[in-house]
Design a protein around this ligand. Sequence first.
Ligand SMILES: [Zn+2]
Ligand SMILES: [Zn+2]
Ligand SMILES: [Zn+2]
Length: 489
Amino acid sequence: MPVIRPPPPSHASSSPSLPTSTSTSKIPPFAQCKYTAYTANVPNWYQITTPHHFPDFDICADCYNASLAPTPYSRFISPLPQKPEGVSTRCDFSDLWIRVAWAWIFMQKQEDLGLLGRVAGLTNDEGACPNLDPSSFETPEDEDFDFLAEIDGTGVGDARQPATRIWYCLRDPATGAELQDWTVCSDCVQHLLTIASPLQDINTQLFHPVSNGQKILATCDLKVPKEEDRTIAYIDQFIQLAESLLPASSPSPTSTAQAVSSLTSYIRRWASIPACPKSRTMGGRPRYVPFPQDIPEFTVCQECYDLHLEPLLQTQLQSSSTKPNFLAKMQKLQLPTTLFAGLTCNLSSPRLHAEFTALLNEYSEPKPSSSSPASAIADFRTLLQTRNVRLQEFRQKGSVLKTQYAQHRQAVQFHYEMMQIGIASENAQHTLQAFETLGREVVWRTENTDPTPPDSSTHMSQGLAAESQANAVLANLRLLRKEWVENWE
Ligand SMILES: [Zn+2]
Ligand SMILES: [Zn+2]
Ligand SMILES: [Zn+2]
């Protein structure tokens, strides 16, 4: 199972990452799709046309060129004629399930791309997964404002949407007990079974309806917005299980039971640990200070501690190296969750991983230019302090831009409504004049109590001016986002 997101910026190092299936190395990368939201007047769309045409499945040029063009599957795809002016389209290849399906097609060397069309066409009696799809913003602006929510420091919140419907859970194969910490909706189950189809053979051993299939209030814990890494890690576990069921793996009842047990152990392990809040504040979630004496500002969420620091420590303990190792100073000190609610996780990105790895290396083998391991610690502290200051600045700038944008949009709305009233009034005037020209007596003319109806052309020009101001603010917001992602995230 690949990382089904665009590759991180070039500063990313071989930092620890969530586990992925071993058979992924040759899957072409995924583009950073620009058309996750419906957008009009975009040139160059592609569709799967052979052997079956899926007319409702559109692929943007970036996704096509990055993922599909370099593969033999490109022969099933054709460019579309230009879409009519004003017709909005979104790229179906940006959808997470579609990317999972593509990875499965590629890994399994399937004959054609039919699975993509089938997955795109899935419908569920109970409706789609109640969690909003992070990749389907209604407008491009929504994505920019979602970035603001990432850095605006308003707390993590929970992106899971509770819903009353039928839920499924896994069972501990050893005890038969339901893993009720982790529920999944029928829509996600359907997607998993459709894509990783070998799972259908063991479906009854795998997914159990919670409360005997009665509709109850719960959340889908599989595909959760803001928790992409965790979502991918869970899906990866199901993909690995499906791979173990393929004939080439010679599955036996014992090996299948072991594979199911491995999946349930993984999910039991992580279900109760909140996913990393990234640049958001940790709010009331558990947080750790691994080096309270040396780097008190280095705070890490529970997931990153368990996923990244703990394994490093285990490796270090098993190592026979006599070099000084900063990890020897590490302790699992948990801060009270009621204090320091504004803290963020300092291991939440490839950049931060790379910086921390550099500290470890520099500490054990100081470069001639640096005087001591202490200077490596000082450099890392300075980096975190600078990043925290910059994060505050980005939050403030983002907040100002958000307010300005809302004001300009309100002005656009106001002038648009005034323009409509003005046009209606002008039409009425024309009607009156027409009646007067005909010499009719117009008795209701005096009922018009507004002596100066809005001038539609003035409001139109003011509305256009407000629109362009709103667009300028949005452009600044995008620049701010770019600067954060490229230099600080
Ligand atoms: Zn795309
Ligand atoms: Zn779901
Ligand atoms: Zn974290």
